[in-house]
Write a new protein. Structure first.
Length: 213
């Protein structure tokens, strides 16, 4: 039986990712100076994971594809603000370095909860950890120390979540390789109806570590 390592995620526009890459370069210099060894995510591989499915039978992947496609019909695009650098489980002892994703009324978190519930219908275990939308900059392999000082409110810019993507992930020595298996576009949101993204809030601690896709 063929098995596929898969996850559901969304991507950000190239222009936004380029700005994130500039921030990543600065953090990389800080990490090098602090003696941290980090596995950095290549900018083309950056994404926001909505649900990690793990390694599953191939037929389950296609069942997920069909269900998510059906459930997303009529769902609107979500305005996003990309801002604030942080770390799991803490900035002083980082294991994952990230950039935050904000949305009106926590719309991305609500979408992730919906996706979690949908795939639970197919027998997937529901996520127990709180969802924190973010782009991973890198995963710390060795060392400790705050390399994000002054970056907790850094502004990257605004964009939108316009499609959910089902990915296959293949783990290789040089890093994970992601292949899109299906893409589910969201309905365009008229500019006049676009909700306002709330003003930036103070950073809160988040004691969790991202599952490696």
């Amino acid at each position: 039986m063929n098995r596929i390592r898969a996850f559901l995620a969304f991507n950000l526009p190239v222009a936004t990712i380029n700005k994130v890459a500039e921030l990543q370069s600065e953090v990389r210099q800080r990490a090098r100076a602090a003696g941290l060894k980090v596995g950095w995510v290549a900018p083309p591989n950056m994404h926001v994971t909505l649900k990690f499915l793990a390694e599953i039978p191939e037929e389950s992947v296609w069942a997920v594809r069909d269900l998510v496609k059906e459930k997303l019909v009529g769902r609107s695009a979500i305005p996003l603000r990309v801002r604030g650098a942080g770390a799991f489980p803490s900035r002083g002892k980082p294991r994952v370095l990230w950039v935050g994703i904000e949305s009106p009324d926590d719309a991305v978190a609500k979408l992730a909860a919906d996706v979690d519930g949908w795939v639970a219908e197919l027998g997937f275990a529901k996520e127990e950890r709180p969802f924190h939308p973010h782009l991973t900059l890198g995963r710390v392999k060795q060392g400790a120390g705050d390399v994000l000082e002054g970056l907790d409110a850094v502004e990257i810019g605004e964009c939108a979540l316009t499609a959910v993507v089902l990915y296959q992930s293949v783990l290789r020595r040089e890093g994970a390789e992601y292949t899109p298996l299906a893409s589910f576009p969201l309905a365009a949101l008229p500019a006049s109806a676009a909700p306002t993204i709330p003003a930036p809030a103070a950073e809160t601690s988040q004691a969790e570590e991202e599952e490696t896709d």
